[in-house]
Structures are given as C-alpha cells and as structure tokens.
Design a protein around this ligand. Structure first.
Ligand SMILES: Cc1cc2nc3c(=O)[nH]c(=O)nc-3n(C[C@H](O)[C@H](O)[C@H](O)COP(=O)(O)OP(=O)(O)OC[C@H]3O[C@@H](n4cnc5c(N)ncnc54)[C@H](O)[C@@H]3O)c2cc1C
Length: 287
C-alpha cells in the first residue's frame, strides 16, 4: 500500500516556484524520481505533495557563456553523456556519468536530484566539487548562488530552504592545460553503490601544480573536498614524494564508516591508493 499524496505539475518555472512557496515544507520536488519514488515505496518518506518538474523544460539546457558552463537542474545523466561541452569542459563529470547506474536510470536521473539527495555516495558531486561548481537556488523571493562546497551541512542536510529549487549548476571553464578525472570503486562498474569515489583536477605550469582539487565520495557524511591534501601539491613540483604525502593527507581527512559494502579501514586505505593514482595520471597527462 503506497502513501497517498497530492501531485502538482507546473508548466514553467514561475508556476513551480509559486506552488512550492504555497506548499512550504509539505512539498517534495520530483525530478527524475529515481530516489524519491524508491523512498516513497520503501516508506522512508511520506510527502503530502509532490511537485513534478517534468514539464519545466527550460531547466534542461546546457549552455556555455561568458566563461562558464551551466547545466539546467533537470539535465539528466544521459544528457551529460551526449554533451560535447561536458566532455570538453568537465571530463571527470563525463567519467562519473559513464559509471552511473544503468541506461534506464541515466535517462531519468538528474544532476540536481543527485546533488539534492544529499547522499555521501552521490557520484556526480565529487566531479562537480573539483570544478568549483556553484548552485543557483531560486524561489519566489529571488535567486542566490552558493558554492557547492558550502551546500551540505551534514548527512543528508543542506542549505536549501523549503521554498527553493536548485535551478542551475555551473562552473568556470577550466584553465587551459588542466586535467580532471573520476574513479568509482564499487563491486560493479554500473548499478552499484560507490564504495569510494575520487575526483581530481589540476593544471601544470612551469613544472608546478596549480588549481589542485581533490574530492571524495562515500567516505564521510557528505561528499567533500580534502583541502589539506590539495595544499600539499598546490604551487609545488609534483614529485612522487609529494603525491604520496597528498594521498596520505586525503586518507587522514576523510571519516569513512563500516557498512555492508566495505569497512572504514578498507575505504581509508583505498582513498590513499586512488588519490595517488589519479594525481599521477593527471600529472602524466599534463606533461
Ligand atoms: C537502480 C538505481 C541505480 C542508481 N545508481 C546510482 C549511481 O550509480 N550513482 C548515483 O550517484 N546515484 C545512483 N542512484 C540514485 C539516483 O538515481 C541519483 O541520485 C539521481 O541523480 C537522482 O536524481 P533524480 O532526478 O531521479 O532525483 P529525484 O528522485 O527526483 O529527487 C532526489 C532528491 O532531490 C530533490 N530534488 C530533485 N530535483 C530538485 C531540484 N531541482 N531542486 C531541489 N531539490 C530537488 C528531491 O526532492 C529529492 O529529495 C541510483 C538509483 C537507482 C534507483
């Protein structure tokens, strides 16, 4: 027996924001539904009202303008894979999309849904963190931007007000010569929850590393950037010793737990292994 709920299907963004403001905390936004519907079926949530964004077509555009790439909130994982701009300006995000679920889920699952679900294992978040992504949060009160790295306040909690929707996710076009990648450690390549996710991005200039970003998934209450590990390499020549030190720092900065998929100790060990591997690959690609 499913919970009963009301359904609102707004025709455009102003209508969606008005409906959300009127419903307040009783409404749950519905994008692809690949989390929400599973959560309703398993009775983890019982919303009074679903706000189905399926007809808000203007939220599904990918644009490159004035030095930034912008994804509408309803951009799906399939859209990411089909986008030349995303492949060019966010290779780590493309890599995450390639190992995301199976084809049917990729066709429905959206970027905003992945960000907003707040799962520590949300695969698109580490690549977006290394891109310095920002979220646009909109409501009838107006719009504000927020750095993705400031969005989460704890496990499945964030800075979104009940009357706000994520309407866009954007990032600056990476500097020439920068290289980004993502690796998902899981039991299978697709349709498996991530045991450890690692994204890195850096650029080499004059023999030194710049713009070093390292982000992790599934090893803390939220996806996170590991700034102490980044600082080990920033502005420094990428020697094997420094790479090893950055990998050690990343392993120390995370706080993985034991669960049915892996022990915390294994996760921490693999953070070190994978950070070292992805940094080495990035540096080789930049040479
Ligand atoms: C079989 C299966 C495999 C999966 N595999 C993966 C995987 O490999 N990697 C992975 O990371 N995830 C995976 N997931 C989880 C899920 O598919 C993703 O998190 C997906 O990106 C959620 O997007 P959605 O559009 O379906 O979100 P929804 O289910 O529609 O919404 C998710 C949450 O976001 C909120 N929300 C949605 N849109 C907005 C918005 N615009 N503004 C504010 N809040 C919003 C909703 O209210 C809800 O709280 C899988 C799920 C299934 C069922």
């Amino acid at each position: 027996m499913y919970a009963e709920f009301d359904l609102t299907i707004p025709a455009d963004l102003p209508e969606a924001l008005t409906a959300l403001a009127a419903a307040g905390t009783r409404a749950v936004p519905l994008s692809g539904g690949t989390n929400v519907l599973v959560d309703i079926r398993s009775q983890r949530i019982a919303p009074d009202r679903l706000l189905d964004l399926g007809r808000v077509h203007q939220l599904r555009e990918i644009t490159v303008d004035r030095g930034r790439v912008t994804l509408g909130a309803r951009t799906t994982v399939g859209d990411l894979l089909a986008s030349g701009e995303v492949t060019r300006y966010a290779p780590a995000l493309t890599e995450a999309a390639r190992v995301f679920a199976g084809q049917m889920v990729r066709n429905a699952a959206t970027v905003a849904g992945n960000v907003a679900c707040g799962s520590p294992a949300a695969d698109l978040v580490p690549p977006l963190l290394v891109l310095d992504a920002e979220l646009t949060l909109s409501s009838v009160r107006g719009s504000r931007t927020l750095a993705l790295c400031d969005f989460y306040t704890g496990y499945k909690s964030d800075q979104r007000a009940p009357d706000e929707l994520i309407t866009a996710i954007s990032w600056p076009i990476p500097a020439t010569g920068s290289f980004g990648s993502f690796y998902k450690l899981a039991r299978r390549k697709g349709d498996a929850i991530t045991v450890v996710g690692v994204a890195v991005s850096l650029a080499l200039g004059g023999g030194c590393c710049g713009g070093v970003r390292i982000a992790l998934g599934s090893v803390a209450p939220t996806p996170l950037r590991v700034s102490k590990a980044e600082a080990v390499l920033e502005g420094q020549p990428p020697t094997p010793e420094r790479i090893a030190e950055a990998a050690r720092a990343a392993a120390e900065e995370c706080s993985p737990i034991d669960d049915v998929r892996a022990t915390g100790a294994y996760r921490r060990h693999m953070v070190g292994v994978l950070v070292a591997r992805l940094l080495t690959n990035a540096i080789q690609a930049g040479n």
